[in-house]
Design a protein around this ligand. Structure first.
Ligand code: ATP
Length: 439
């Protein structure tokens, strides 16, 4: 666990804010909630999308060696038999005979953390994949699994992608999507849930180049979190010990974040070797190889995999951004989110509800909306509305007042400095774009 004191009030503050302001709701709340599942509300869906878009931009859009994929979630047992998941994707589970709590044996000592009893059952393996049936008949032949990771879609489509894109190693296939794990002990809000979103990329390389690319991707991915606002003291790299490595890995480094309860994984970068392609080739009978024409030889590429959680990353960005300060003697909660991750970039605020301000305020909103995700809010005093926007991380507020009707200028207020400047409507979009370039 952490070498720093846990910060429980930060955790409560951020979870409360997320619920109160519509980032994250407990799923099926009107029925009392459902087993650590969560729904992303109006602000949460915007922010989660921004996290995924930021990842996609860095992994796909800004590169010419990585292409995208969106594979099916339902998958046949053959995939998971070949990948090793049916056999090894398990956690050791124990039951406390005293309080009946079900626990992960590798996460506890010799006593139950719930009641302190040491009357625990023997540990037994618990399969983490969700099993279901595809089609109207429920028998062994119709068994299907919900994918527990997105990665296998990239391996099973390796030849499809390589031949349709004519990519040669080193090249990558990236995917963002839902994964499902029947976690024994979900918890800590959206840190560990049974349904979550992943952002994974499989980078296929000539085997001899694997160590070089492994180091490259560890550095790239660390840099990505730093670029989007995680400060240095809250993030670190942790190479896995030999006995901790997954069955397919020749080396893994986790990127960890200092959560309020201690260090926890945000992303794992692994050298998966040629394990998966060889396993699928053997099981399917298909050739999953690259033919290097220049050298006139066939080989099975090695794979470097940066595997991140989108929902877990969103939580880390929220925790890192949460701050309180004082403005004019009043305490303020502020989310200092990078503008690219903030749910809304701009809020348009007519100074009062008076009708004569509305057409101009709506005109300003219409100018901004093609460029930015905007909020429009007319209720309460302007001071209260600024606070509401600060609390959800909106970097810029644009206020339309009665002078606007005369001089066609608006006030732009900055979330972090609270500084206000007057800007002509005609140059408003350019002004905000220039601020994004500086932010
Ligand atoms: P952990 O050790 O936390 O269970 P893991 O090592 O099993 O994670 P990976 O299989 O490497 O995780 O998955 C890649 C990423 O997917 C993790 O770094 C994490 O961000 C995310 N992730 C994995 N399991 C969950 C979950 N149950 N809920 C939310 N995110 C998850």
């Amino acid at each position: 666990m952490s070498d720093q004191a846990p910060n429980e009030s930060l955790f409560d503050d951020v979870v409360n804010l997320a619920k109160r302001r519509g980032f994250v709701f407990p799923s099926a709340e009107i029925y009392g909630g459902f087993r650590s599942t969560y729904d992303y509300g109006p602000l949460g869906v915007l922010m989660l999308r921004n996290v995924k878009n930021a990842w996609w931009r860095s992994m796909v859009q800004l590169r010419d060696d990585v292409v995208g994929l969106d594979a099916a979630i339902l998958s046949p047992p053959a995939i998971w038999a070949a990948s090793g998941h049916l056999e090894t994707f398990t956690d050791p589970m124990v039951d406390c005979r005293n309080c009946k709590e079900r626990l992960r044996a590798d996460q506890i000592g010799d006593t139950c953390p719930n009641c302190g009893s040491s009357d625990l059952t023997e540990a037994r393996d618990f399969q983490l994949m969700f099993k279901t049936h595809a089609g109207p008949i429920e028998n062994e032949g119709s068994v299907a699994y919900l994918r527990p990771e997105t990665a296998q879609g990239m391996f099973t489509n390796f030849m499809n992608v390589a031949t349709t894109t004519r990519k040669k190693p080193p090249f990558g296939i990236a995917q963002v999507g839902k994964s499902f794990r029947n976690e024994i002990t979900p918890g800590n809000f959206v840190f560990r849930t049974r349904e979550f979103e992943q952002m994974e990329m499989e980078y296929f390389v000539p085997p001899a180049e694997a160590p070089k690319w492994f180091d490259y991707w560890v550095e790239q991915r660390y840099g990505w979190y730093r670029e989007y606002g995680i400060p240095e003291e809250l993030i670190k790299l942790r190479p896995h010990d030999e006995d901790e490595l997954s069955h397919y890995s020749a080396g893994t480094t986790d990127i960890e974040f200092l959560f309020p309860w201690g260090w926890g994984e945000l992303e794992g970068v692994a050298n998966r070797t040629d394990y998966d392609l060889k396993a699928h080739a053997a099981a399917s009978g298909e050739r999953l190889e690259f033919f290097d024409q220049a050298a006139n030889e066939r080989y099975v590429p090695y794979v470097i995999e940066p595997a991140a959680g989108a929902t877990r990353a969103m939580m880390a960005f929220l925790l890192a951004a949460y701050d309180t300060d004082e403005i004019g003697g009043e305490k303020r909660d502020v989310l200092r989110l990078d503008w690219r991750l903030a749910p809304n970039q701009v809020a348009v605020l007519p100074l009062s509800k008076k009708e004569e301000l509305e057409p101009t305020a709506r005109e300003v909103l219409g100018l901004l909306q093609p460029h930015f995700q905007c909020d429009y809010d007319v209720t309460q005093s302007i001071g209260k509305r600024y606070r509401r926007q600060d609390e959800v991380g909106t970097p810029w507020c644009v206020t339309v007042d009665f002078d606007t009707l005369e001089d066609r200028a608006v006030t732009v207020r900055d979330r972090d400095t609270t500084e206000q400047v007057r800007v002509p409507i005609e140059s408003l979009v350019a002004e905000i774009i220039s601020r994004t370039a500086k932010a």
